[in-house]
Design a protein around this ligand. Structure first.
Ligand SMILES: Cc1cc2nc3c(=O)[nH]c(=O)nc-3n(C[C@H](O)[C@H](O)[C@H](O)COP(=O)(O)OP(=O)(O)OC[C@H]3O[C@@H](n4cnc5c(N)ncnc54)[C@H](O)[C@@H]3O)c2cc1C
Length: 412
């Protein structure tokens, strides 16, 4: 290739793409809007299909030193009664683990690895994608630095991995407007505490109007016999003014804690977990409608810029990583860049659109809503309320659609 691939956005999606292209000998230049990358965010999950990609990039040790290998997922009702439990990652027979990890630590692992492998000059921070001009043999990218000065970079193509508020997407679809508010608000935090349910279980409690999700995310804490517990309290409050879509929007627990005051399950004490937290971040649950096209000339979208989805089913970061892997493989295999971008979009746009839409119907968590509707006062046994076959079918259908059934992952 005469010119490098230009990537806008050093989130998990953009960074994995940079590493995957570099591994294939394809030159990369990366531009990130923020001046200094900081380990922002709270917990996220990496499902086995995306962990396979990260292992192939040589990140196995780095991930294992930071994250928890999640061994189980449990859905319970608002009284803590078990709806569904399933093993996860290697405990479920996958060849790769499922990781629960701090998003900021994942981003810093990817960023530092990319700096070492690509060279610090390949990644320029404080330089935001502003616009581009498509040309016969590539693309001219217009960038704005922190002082407002404009710069240009020449590339063979531009990959916009610039997140849910993507500048590129806004240029392509100026009438789309802001991300769509679901009526639900998420309060996210991490608390240190005693391990629950063996220290490698992820739980989701409640139903679609009130939910509490938590899981441990730190290998270092586990080594000391403790858990760094990522948690998300969620309320359906369609009448509230939606809060700003800012990952650093810190609020007080008074906004929501009273609603969870009775959620003490014996094996998990939700009010205490909320009380022992120093910083709580409020974020509206938002997504966007699937797009009719991602690729326009020598540019395309990737990750949250292309397909932001509700954080249901633990798929956001994993799907960005799968995008990156497939796009890098196509750019390496195809002589013709237009063909590579077309093949990437043909595979990834329908696959991710399906997940966006399934997540709007609560994805695999729909069993929690079914349990609430059929037995709002609780149940003696879940099979009195939902048959085992129905529970299994819902779990399996989602895994299949999102590409992480056991067969899909282990087949490679
Ligand atoms: C600060 C932050 C905190 C987050 N915290 C969480 C969390 O706690 N839990 C969770 O589930 N998800 C979180 N997310 C979202 C999560 O990272 C994504 O859903 C997922 O990992 C897909 O990643 P991505 O690389 O596509 O997008 P993102 O992770 O959103 O990365 C996009 C990157 O592009 C950069 N960027 C934006 N505009 C431009 C531009 N014009 N030019 C160049 N660069 C640009 C951004 O600064 C960012 O680094 C967070 C995202 C951000 C940006």
């Amino acid at each position: 290739m005469q010119y490098p691939v230009i990537i806008a956005g050093a989130g998990p999606g953009g960074l994995v793409l940079a590493l995957a292209l570099h591994q294939r000998g394809i030159p990369v230049r990366m531009f990130e809007a923020v001046h200094e990358l900081k380990p922002l965010g709270v917990g996220i999950n990496l499902l086995p299909h995306s962990v396979r990609v990260l292992h192939d990039l040589g990140l196995e040790e780095g991930l294992a030193s930071l994250a928890i290998q999640t061994a189980e997922l449990r859905y319970v009702n608002k009284f803590g009664q078990l709806i569904w439990a399933e093993p996860r990652g290697m405990a479920a027979g996958y060849n790769y683990p499922q990781y629960s990890i701090h998003r900021g630590e994942l981003q810093m692992l990817l960023y530092e690895t990319a700096q070492t492998r690509l060279g610090a000059d390949a990644i320029q921070s404080g330089c935001a994608l502003a616009d581009w001009t498509d040309e016969a043999d590539g693309i001219r990218v217009h960038l704005r630095d922190a002082d407002g000065a404009m710069h240009e970079a020449q590339g063979c193509c531009l990959i916009a991995a610039d997140g849910i508020h993507s500048t590129a997407r806004r240029k392509l679809y100026p009438d789309e407007g802001p991300p769509l508010y679901s009526g639900r608000i998420l309060w996210r935090a991490v608390s240190e505490g005693a391990p629950f349910l063996g220290g490698r279980t992820m739980i989701m409690a409640g139903h679609q109007h009130q939910k509490f999700v938590c899981y441990p995310i730190s290998h270092a804490h586990a080594q000391r016999g403790r858990s760094l517990i990522n948690w998300i309290a969620e309320l359906n409050v369609p009448d509230w003014t939606p809060p700003p879509q800012d990952w650093r929007n810190e609020v007080s627990k008074e906004r929501f804690a009273a609603e969870f005051a009775t959620w003490r399950f014996g094996w998990l004490d939700v009010p205490t977990l909320i009380d022992t937290t120093s910083a709580i971040y409020e974020y509206p649950m938002v997504d966007r409608d699937p797009l009719p096209a991602w690729t326009h000339g020598h540019m395309t979208l990737l990750g949250d810029a292309a397909h932001p989805m509700y954080p249901i089913g633990s798929n956001g970061a994993s799907q960005a990583i799968l995008d990156a892997e497939l796009l890098a493989a196509q750019l390496a295999e195809q002589e013709d860049i237009a063909q590579a971008l077309a093949n990437y979009e043909a595979a990834r746009r329908p696959a991710t659109a399906k997940i966006v839409l399934m997540n709007r119907q609560n994805g695999p968590e729909q069993v929690m809503q079914m349990a609430e509707e059929r037995a709002p006062d609780g149940f003696a046994h879940i099979h009195d309320v939902i048959a085992q076959a129905e529970l299994e079918e819902i779990a399996q259908r989602y895994k299949q659609a999102a590409g992480f059934s056991l067969q899909q992952v282990n087949r490679g």
